[in-house]
Design a protein around this ligand. Structure first.
Ligand SMILES: Nc1nc2c(ncn2[C@@H]2O[C@H](COP(=O)(O)OP(=O)(O)OP(=O)(O)O)[C@@H](O)[C@H]2O)c(=O)[nH]1
Ligand SMILES: [Mg+2]
Length: 253
């Protein structure tokens, strides 16, 4: 369920499987860089869970970061929060294996999710990760948007495309974040994003918001934070929460 409906515009996902399916795409506010970027003054780890029911009460707006293993989700969160070790990173894929909540400015959550597409895990563990992520995405009423991270160097990958299609079919807004832009020249990076956008337009009536980032060079920080700021101002607290999170687990929330 999404609570920021006034921010949604509707677009038709044009894929064969989803013909006539109306999907939500959030308004493209990515270019609104004239706003002064939000400052993160406080970021703290709150909880790490495998079950969405044990996540913090959904009383604050929440933004999730997802993508293939090793794409740079945890590094991006650290970069946005100006901290080196808030989220654990590794050069080996499969570092993040649970749903990690970080409370930002005592007001909203960033969520670091396990990656998908990690070849070395067995089938049953892959299915476990898959259900953990699916259930989380489906059941967080305070999830405003999901940032889908894509390595800027690669062509569109089946699992990313499939994941974004699933989000669209479920009516869950998302934005695309191209990572590791420092690995390419500025021109080459822009060409990659343009090509990806073209590719998306084959399936979507309009492209979701896109951000070009580098955790190494701190690229894209102001744009993403400004975008988040523009969205969570519209968050409405759910009347009733059905989560089973025990307040004693987390006195900070
Ligand atoms: N050059 C460069 N390397 C990056 C960037 N972001 C992340 N990395 C590197 O990519 C590797 C993976 O980064 P993580 O942040 O752990 O990736 P992740 O998506 O959280 O990975 P999992 O938790 O395993 O799914 C690390 O070696 C990072 O240093 C970036 O913007 N530029
Ligand atoms: Mg990670």
């Amino acid at each position: 369920m999404l609570l920021c409906s006034e921010l949604q515009t509707f677009a038709i996902l044009k894929t064969k499987a989803a013909q006539k399916t109306i999907c939500c795409i959030i308004l493209n506010l990515a270019s609104q860089t004239s706003f002064e970027a939000m400052k993160i003054t406080q970021a703290k780890h709150i909880t790490s869970q495998t079950d969405w029911r044990k996540c913090p009460p959904p009383e604050r707006p929440e933004y999730a970061f997802i993508g293939r293993s090793n794409v740079g989700k945890s590094s991006l969160i650290n970069m946005l929060c100006n901290q080196r070790h808030l989220a654990s990173t590794s050069s080996m894929p499969g570092k993040t294996r649970v749903i990690n909540h970080f409370l930002i400015n005592d007001a909203w959550f960033m969520v670091d999710l396990p990656g998908y597409g990690w070849a070395r895990v067995g089938k049953s563990q892959r299915q476990e990760f898959q259900s953990m992520i699916d259930d989380y995405l489906q059941n967080r009423p305070n999830l405003i948007t999901t940032f889908v991270l894509i390595d800027i160097r690669h062509e569109p990958q089946d699992n990313d495309v499939h994941f974004m299609t699933e989000l669209g079919l479920r009516g869950l807004p998302f934005a695309m974040v191209f990572t590791k832009a420092d690995k390419l020249s500025k021109t080459a990076a822009q060409l990659k994003v343009d090509a990806y956008t073209q590719f998306m337009m084959g399936a979507w009536a309009e492209c979701p918001p896109c951000f070009i980032t580098s955790a190494e060079k701190m690229t894209g920080k102001d744009e993403i934070l400004t975008y988040i700021d523009s969205l969570h101002a519209h968050f409405k607290k759910p009347h009733h929460s059905t989560h089973s999170f025990q307040k004693s687990h987390n006195k900070n929330v």
